[in-house]
Design a protein around this ligand. Sequence first.
Ligand code: AMP
Ligand code: MG
Length: 549
Amino acid sequence: MNRPANHVPEPVAERGGLEALNFDNRFVRELPGDAETANRRRQVLDACHSRVAPTPVAAPRLVAYAHEVAALLDLAPADCETQRFSEVFAGNRLVAGMDPYASCYGGHQFGNWAGQLGDGRAINLGEVINRRGERWALQLKGAGPTPYSRSADGLAVLRSSVREFLCSEAMYHLGVPTTRALSLVTTGETVVRDMFYDGNPRPEPGAAVCRVAPSFTRFGHFEIHAARGHLDTLKRLLDYTIRTDFQGFDLPADGSLERSRPVYLAWFEEVCRRTATLMVAWMRVGFVHGVMNTDNMSILGLTIDYGPYGWLENYDPDWTPNTTDAHARRYRYGQQPQVALWNLLQLANALYPLIGDAQPLEAALEGYRTAYASDYDTMIAAKLGLPRLADAADRALVDALFELLGMVETDMTLFFRQLARVELPRPADAGPPAELAPAWYVPAQIDDAYRERLVAWLEQYTARLRAAGVDEPTRQQRMDAVNPRYVLRNYLAQLAIDRAEQGDAGGVNELLEVLRRPYDEQPGMERYAERRPDWARHRAGCSMLSCSS
Ligand code: AMP
Ligand code: MG
């Protein structure tokens, strides 16, 4: 392994697309920083960030980039297809205006307070203001140790970086709030990981992803200062966040706590609303985050930190992709909305010292419940092509459908997509529709009882559509707008990873291309819309993942 001698990245001298990036590093400018500058693991008290440079790597090589994200930064494809781009987004060089730092946060992990966590392998490069005046923060994941790395190395392996890169963009194109991914670069170095923590460490190719988001602030950023009783820092971070990352909240100019309180509460209600929206979106597309610790919850309501996430293939509300959580299944698909509420409660606890009154915080949490329930109903109605769920009979229709999905192994994505292809009304003596066959994993499970229930359900569904006056073109259009054809199936990501580990970026780029239009039929791309093949049922990376990354 050949490391460049001195680990201080040089500012890039030439002018160009990257050189023209307009940095305005407000987070480090306005929030209290760590007095110590050495890159030594430590508790960082009463500060929001520590300055730290990325660690240069031996041989950066671009695997993929997202031109849409580059465009947010006013970068053209030509700017991304240069060696300089790979060098910068592997952490080997800094562009003028970058001011790298790691931020301090804490968090509740698997239900327990874990103390200081922080950006242990994420290094923020700075915030770019684009031509439209938007603020975009740039963050390298896997760029070397920081003061928050605890006992770990600050690095990331290619497999987890491919997964983060692809899923960020897949989620965006699905219409799910998310952090974005600009680039995926291999480092030319290896990183040792024991994938299942079972005494089998092996060297894997290293990589770094550059993430992009309006901000990377997490619930845990607030929790850490509250837990330490550092209320001045907590208030500064809160005022900063409301002013910088949110719009329409009017904080008093003199910082009066008294007059800030109603604004804090209105803001917390907004965080609750956004979190509800995010949970509904995850449930709609069958996404399971896998590690919903409070340090992995974005204050903006974005999906953040793609680790051992997975996509529901056969519908199973108890499924989790995360083997580290296989026993308790705290973060299983069906429990995500409740966990989000628990996480919001931890955030409310962190705000409490500033608010001094539990009642309005509890009311906001109740608001989360109400918003989630109502948005969920609207979402499920849309998945069925209905304008809304009107009454208990509609809810019973939905319950009966999910019961059917659980009766035989059924691919959730394919089922909803194909349901729009079933022509309604159906002839009186018709059996189960052939259009749904691609969704069934084990055709032998389809017995007479299931057939009867399915056919009866389709009749009720047809009657409900007729009562609501929904014609077939309207139904299909509504359903196809919310039921994707293409999602980042676990095994598809793994196939792309297998190729990337052999030095072939083709799989990653093909998948990225398909996932750009998840709701469109894409002739010739059907192989990316098939149910999980049998070989993938128990293969590592396809059905089992761990936090090792
Ligand atoms: P996660 O479980 O990935 O959300 O990470 C929890 C905490 O561990 C965060 O503070 C991460 O920055 C940190 N962390 C995870 N992996 C590494 C690593 N390889 N090196 C340093 N810190 C890490
Ligand atoms: Mg994390």
